[in-house]
Design a protein around this ligand. Structure first.
Ligand SMILES: Cc1cc2nc3c(=O)[nH]c(=O)nc-3n(C[C@H](O)[C@H](O)[C@H](O)COP(=O)(O)OP(=O)(O)OC[C@H]3O[C@@H](n4cnc5c(N)ncnc54)[C@H](O)[C@@H]3O)c2cc1C
Length: 289
């Protein structure tokens, strides 16, 4: 299928891009990697009057370690970020990037596009939420920072305004000594995950769980953060990881769809969480006495 007719603009600065969005009266779409927008337009599920192609906008392709977080420009491609030397310090992000689609998707798809698109089964929104990250958005009134907890509002919906462009994604570093893991289940290699679990675990002196964080994907309208306070003080054992899985299953409320019934997704949430905790804990280092 072919998309409906649209006007195409290719600004070279953030200000021009914001002006183009503002001038379209809410009927414009930003084009980044096009891996999600173009199929939606071809299927006529999206029919924007104006497409604002930001690929020529300068200054959106940097990767920089800042105080406590990795700053990733919105236009950085998944594959380029995965290959970037600084990502070694962000192992959860590195693990998640390898799970996104196929090499062709990762070569074109952008970090900003994945966050702005907010697919409930996308990996990067889950990573951003479990790390307590944020994004920077530029609009007609300047720039603002939006915390991940306030960003994801529902299915394919974020707190970004129609005339705003996401310019930067900020991934905080793991707490000192913490371990992390991203585990997911997809029916075929390269498919969107049915369910995935992004986990961060810090251990106390003596090996008990100090802090555990979990964000699930594929079980709700967006990335689902789960309160794992119930694991605090428990020993780092298989029984504790299984208990974490039960917390995850109880906290999520997936829908049934053509890919999987709700109960299957809930069971996957439990199993993916237990596996992720078991992987993350040995990666954590106990505090020194
Ligand atoms: C076959 C296939 C398999 C895939 N598998 C996965 C997968 O397993 N995991 C996964 O996470 N993703 C997957 N994807 C999606 C892929 O990661 C996309 O790259 C991503 O969802 C969107 O990024 P993009 O740069 O292509 O954005 P685009 O398609 O260009 O845009 C997507 C949406 O975000 C908006 N947008 C983009 N950038 C900005 C910005 N800077 N500011 C404001 N709005 C913006 C657009 O207006 C549009 O609404 C898959 C895609 C395909 C086609």
């Amino acid at each position: 299928m072919k998309p409906a007719a649209f006007d195409y603009v290719a600004p070279t600065s953030v200000e021009e891009a914001v002006a183009a969005l503002s001038g379209a009266g809410g009927d414009a779409k930003v084009l980044a990697g096009g891996q999600s927008l173009v199929p939606l337009m071809n299927l006529r599920l999206a029919k924007p009057a104006v497409v604002v192609d930001i690929n020529r906008v300068a200054g959106l392709d940097g990767v920089t370690v800042r105080s406590g977080f990795l700053s990733v420009g919105a236009l950085v491609r998944h594959a380029d970020l995965a290959a970037h030397p600084d990502v070694a310090g962000w192992p959860l992000l590195r693990d998640a990037l390898e799970l996104i689609g196929h090499p062709a998707i990762r070569n074109r798809g952008t970090v900003g596009g994945s966050i702005a698109h907010a697919d409930p089964a996308a990996e990067l929104p889950g990573v951003l939420r479990v790390l307590g990250g944020s994004v920077v958005a530029a609009g007609p009134n300047g720039s603002r920072e939006i915390a991940a907890d306030d960003l994801f509002l529902g299915y394919l919906t974020t707190a970004l305004e129609a005339e705003e462009i996401l310019t930067e994604v900020r991934f905080p570093a793991l707490p000192a000594g913490a371990g992390s893991a991203f585990v997911e289940f997809a029916r075929r290699h390269g498919d969107f995950a049915l369910v995935g679990a992004a986990v961060v675990v810090a251990l106390r002196e003596g090996g008990q769980v100090g802090e555990a964080r979990l964000c699930l994907i594929g079980v709700g309208p967006g990335p689902v953060a789960v309160d794992m306070g119930g694991l605090q003080g428990k020993p780092a054992t298989e029984a504790t990881w299984a208990a974490g899985g039960e917390l995850a299953a109880a906290a999520c409320d997936p829908d049934s769809d053509l890919h999987a019934p709700a109960e299957y997704r809930r069971q996957l949430a439990s199993v993916m969480t237990a596996r992720a905790l078991a992987l993350a804990a040995p990666r954590a280092s106990e505090p020194r006495r």
